[in-house]
Design a protein around this ligand. Structure first.
Ligand code: GDP
Ligand code: MG
Length: 177
């Protein structure tokens, strides 16, 4: 039955936010294209890519939005957040400042996104263990204080990237059902 099948399809808009160079574009390409670029160019404006996945027998179209950030912290227009059901707040585990700025990204998310948007804290570049500046337990505590999930990932070697998206998507799915 075609109608029933269509009912099982979900389109989830998920926005990637965080300072410039934390790895947003590489997380996007790792998840949607299985690719990593060492010399990725700063994103011009806004772009999105989709990947379909099945969670609990339901087809979910994850539409992931990525933006540029020319400055260390640059606010994004409300159009970017419109209709978003999920947000990944991304920092670089080797750059303390990018973690401190998460507070600002949370404020911006609160200001522009829907109240029920599901946020998740993501520490990227987990492969660079020797250069770590942000301890995992500190980030985990921060995430707990803000009642959001937390995961460290690596767009470079792919560690936890799929898992992070499926965790976020699952949480969104639980919320709407
Ligand atoms: P964006 O500005 O947030 O979109 O960041 P990019 O995706 O353009 O990445 C910025 C730089 O960090 C690039 O040189 C990437 O190759 C590098 N990078 C991104 N993710 C990782 C990662 O997981 N590990 C390592 N070692 N480098 C990464
Ligand atoms: Mg980018």
């Amino acid at each position: 039955d075609v109608t029933a099948q269509q009912d099982e399809k979900h389109l989830f808009k998920i926005v990637l936010i965080g300072d410039s160079s934390v790895g947003k574009s590489n997380i996007l390409s790792r998840f949607t294209k299985r690719q990593f670029n060492f010399d990725s160019q700063p994103t011009i404006g806004v772009e999105f890519a989709t990947r379909s996945l099945t969670e609990n027998g339901k087809i979910i179209q994850a539409q992931i939005w990525d933006t540029c950030g020319q400055e260390r912290y640059k606010s994004i227009t409300s159009a970017y957040y419109r209709g978003a059901v999920g947000a990944m707040l991304i920092y670089d585990i080797t750059k303390q400042k990018t973690f401190e700025n998460i507070e600002k990204w949370i404020q911006e998310l609160k200001e522009y996104a829907e109240t029920n948007v599901v946020a998740m804290l993501i520490g990227n570049k987990a492969d660079l263990k020797a250069q770590r500046k942000v301890p995992s337990d500190k980030a985990a505590q921060f995430a707990e204080n803000h009642t959001m999930a937390f995961m460290e990932v690596s767009a470079f070697d792919g560690t936890n990237v799929d898992l992070a998206f499926s965790r976020l998507i699952n949480e969104i799915y639980q919320l709407i059902n």
